[in-house]
Design a protein around this ligand. Structure first.
Ligand SMILES: [Zn+2]
Ligand SMILES: [Zn+2]
Length: 224
């Protein structure tokens, strides 16, 4: 989801138990492929474990994968913090009242190996454009940095960040331990993408209504 900025900090959770669990995931469960994350070249530096995920990047009826059970109770505080953030406030309450509560459409762990880096172009496609991307660092070091657009910062363990996935990103891990983030995509039912507000003000967002803007090769210019 595009917004006027690069990062938004939502709050913080205790990352200790999730970090232990994620650190204990077997090597064979870490997959090389991170489907749908923009135009990313395959790289051995970034691996993922899917908890809630569909390769077709659908926008409703998410598939809860078997591994989710292992993490579910420890994930709760982070998931609640995210849901509360988007469902409260004037805009959030109005959306909930009209369309119902939000939901997580994807949840993965992403591991960036020590001395590794990865770059992403802006995310494209209906679901990626219409969901909020959250990163929660679980295992990290001061030597890990995250760039969104032109802003680069170190993301602190346990803090919950929304990042603008319609801008280019780069992740660097100059540390000597692998960096692990929990990565979430959260959907507020009925919420319009930035372009939808201006280009089809009287029509709800849908794959058809947003067909052109979802596929823009560069971020749209709504907040320039
Ligand atoms: Zn839209
Ligand atoms: Zn826009």
């Amino acid at each position: 989801m595009n917004f006027d900025g690069d990062f938004i900090e939502l709050g913080a959770v205790d990352p200790a138990k999730l970090a232990d669990l994620a650190g204990a995931i077997g090597e064979h469960d870490w997959e090389l492929d991170i489907p749908g994350r923009g135009r990313v070249p395959a790289t051995a530096d970034l691996r993922s474990v899917a908890l809630v995920f569909d390769p077709d990047l659908r926008h409703s009826h998410p598939t809860r994968l078997p591994l989710l059970k292992v993490f579910e109770s420890e994930l709760r505080s982070a998931l609640e913090l995210v849901a509360d953030h988007f469902e409260s406030g004037e805009k959030g309450q109005a959306l909930v009242q009209q369309f119902g509560l939000g939901y997580f459409i994807r949840a993965t762990f992403e591991r960036l190996r020590a001395a590794g880096s990865v770059e992403f172009g802006p995310d494209q496609g209906f679901s990626l454009v219409h969901s909020h991307r959250l990163h929660v660092p679980l295992v990290t070091s001061e030597a890990a940095s995250f760039t969104v657009g032109s802003a680069t910062r170190h993301l602190e363990p346990g803090r919950v960040y929304e990042i603008n996935n319609r801008r280019s990103r780069a992740e660097h891990n100059a540390g000597d331990i692998d960096r692990i983030h929990l990565v979430l995509d959260f959907v507020m039912r009925g919420e319009r993408c930035c372009c939808g507000v201006t280009r089809h003000p009287n029509t709800f967002c849908s794959p058809r209504a947003c067909r052109e803007t979802d596929q823009l090769e560069i971020p749209c210019r709504c907040f320039d």
